[in-house]
Ligand binder design. Structure first.
Ligand code: G16
Length: 541
């Protein structure tokens, strides 16, 4: 075995986005692309000599090959140990847990999350720090800076490591420890939730469907829901991970998880339905005849948290990303706890969680989590819901009605315009941004604008400031409109329009009808049709 030093030059476009570096798989497979980025991670974190890392991915196309490259580059740069999930698999929350539990210095997660996989799909690389969470911007900026000046990388010339067998092996001086991807995560879930209550729930005939979307959560869901908690076989569907996610789009929402939605809206629907995404950090919750928006889900979890053993002492606070609806704010106000509003991206919750300022966090993009790890966690959210239902002995539909009666209903929807011309999308945003100071007090589409700004976040823990995080427009009466450009797309730009309207009386409307005035205001204010060249959104969730 020898260490090769390979000459290279900087490659354009290696700036980490909302969640690591995401590109088309083909791009990652171009000469030096992956290697340049990995070496830049090592540089950005001050080297990996003598460090312990965790490594795993969501099993998408190129996962296995990329994992071997990461191992050979870690060994060449002097890492002491890499703890890797069997067959290079780890869900994102399981990786976060392993980093924390094993006291690792950090970890590499190979995933493009909910983006489709396969040779024509997307791939991604994310670096998580010692707290188990996505690297904060201070770190990703150093990594990006390194990508711009890289001249060489170091890699071991050796055979592939055997990642199929549990146990230890060496590559040069580095130890490679192959671990069961599920075991530690399943043990953590058993510490948080009342597994006896969940077993009793399933034993009583409670029926559930969990759509793993051919992605990483399948093995976790089979082991926990069926093998441990006794849910009937067949509860977990699409539970065998495939490299192209069964040619699907592993994003748990009513559009991409339509078969599950159809089943849950049908006459013989099970009591509870859920889905998770490519790397297992997102979740969708749906009851018999009742879809629950991610924003509402966060609010319900917060309102019922003390029913869960791990949170029985109450919540320290809650946090939500800025575009997430204000439903959880209303719960926090009634509980008398802090509610933080952060930019989109799980990395912004890390400081608050580490400082013990909040216990639960969530995002409209189907992410919910707590201080048990430093990532959002799909299966954790599902178990949280099951634990509430087991204790409350109530249907999802009745629970939602009860919640809205108590707190009001924040009708919510997101309209996505995907893969639009980037210059046009930026011009639309710049134009609206320039008009923000003049908007408060004016009327649009029959509503009065109460506030308008470009969201900037001052982190209360480390004082860092993050600007230009999306345009926020608040209307009198509690409606809200947010526009921002996605940081996870790989083609052109994706404009996201987030719509919200608070109702305290009419709790049973169709969401798009309840939001019609806000939708009209968005068009009138931003000229979305003209700016994107699209008559309608590509995806409405
Ligand atoms: C990532 C981030 C989330 C973010 C989401 C959508 O999720 O971790 O915090 O809400 O992207 O981001 P954007 O609106 O910029 O596309 P994931 O599940 O893709 O890692």
């Amino acid at each position: 075995m020898t260490i090769q030093t390979v000459a290279t030059t900087p490659i354009e476009g290696q700036k980490p986005g909302t969640s690591g570096l995401r590109k088309q798989t083909k791009t990652f497979q171009e000469p030096h692309f992956l290697e340049n980025f990995i070496q830049s991670i090592w540089t950005g974190i001050g080297g990996v000599a003598d460090k312990t890392l965790v490594l795993g991915g969501d099993g998408r196309h190129f996962n296995a090959e990329a994992a071997q490259v990461v191992l050979r580059m870690a060994a060449a740069s002097g890492a002491a140990r890499v703890i890797v999930g069997q067959n290079a698999l780890l869900s994102t929350p399981a990786a976060s847990n392993l980093i924390r539990k094993r006291g690792a210095n950090g970890g590499i997660i190979l995933s493009a999350s909910h983006n489709p996989g396969g040779p024509d799909g997307d791939f991604g690389v994310k670096y998580n720090t010692a707290n188990g969470g996505p690297a904060p911007e201070t770190v990703t900026e150093k990594i990006f800076a390194a990508t711009k000046v890289i001249t060489e990388y170091a890699i071991y010339e050796t055979q592939d490591a055997d990642l199929s067998t549990l146990g230890e092996q060496t590559m040069g001086d580095m130890v490679i420890e192959v671990v069961d991807p599920v075991a530690d995560y399943a043990a953590l879930m058993a510490e948080i939730f009342d597994f006896d209550a969940l077993k009793a729930l399933f034993a009583s005939g409670f029926r559930m469907r969990f759509d793993a979307m051919h992605a990483i959560t399948g093995p976790y869901a089979h082991a926990i829901l069926e093998d441990t908690l006794g849910a009937e076989k067949g509860t977990v569907i699409n539970g065998i991970p495939s490299t192209d996610f069964g040619k699907g789009h592993p994003d748990p929402n009513p559009i991409w998880a339509k078969p599950l939605m159809d089943e849950m809206m049908g006459a013989s629907a099970p009591d509870f339905g859920a889905a998770s995404d490519g790397d297992g950090d997102r979740n969708m919750i749906v009851g018999k005849g009742q879809y629950v928006t991610p924003s509402d889900s966060l609010a319900v979890l917060a309102a019922n948290a003390t029913l869960i053993p791990a949170y029985s002492g109450g919540l320290k606070g809650v946090a939500r990303s800025m575009p997430t609806s204000l439903a959880v704010d209303r719960v926090a106000a009634s509980l008398g706890i802090d509610c933080f509003e952060t930019p989109t991206g799980w990395k912004f919750f890390g400081n608050l969680l580490d400082a013990g300022r909040c216990t639960l966090c969530g995002e409209e993009s189907a992410g919910t989590g707590s201080d048990h790890v430093r990532e959002k966690d799909g299966l954790w959210a599902v178990l949280f819901w099951l634990n509430i239902l087991a204790k409350r002995k109530i249907s999802v539909k009745d629970l939602m009605v009860e919640h809205w009666r108590a707190y009001g209903r924040n009708y919510y929807s997101r309209h996505d315009y995907e893969g639009v011309d980037a210059a046009g999308a930026n011009a639309l945003m710049d134009d609206l941004r320039a008009r923000l100071p003049d908007l408060p007090g004016t009327d649009v589409a029959g509503m009065t604008i109460a506030s308008a700004d470009d969201f900037a976040y001052d982190d209360p823990i480390d004082g860092s400031r993050t600007e230009k995080q999306g345009i926020r427009i608040g209307f009198e009466g509690g409606a809200r409109l947010v526009l921002r450009l996605s940081g996870t797309g790989t083609v052109g730009a994706t404009l996201r329009v987030y719509l919200e309207n608070l109702e305290t009386e009419a709790l049973d409307k169709d969401a798009q009808e309840a939001l019609a005035p806000v939708i009209a205001a968005a068009e009138a204010l931003a000229g979305i049709k003209a700016g994107t060249g699209r008559d309608a959104p590509d995806v409405i969730t």
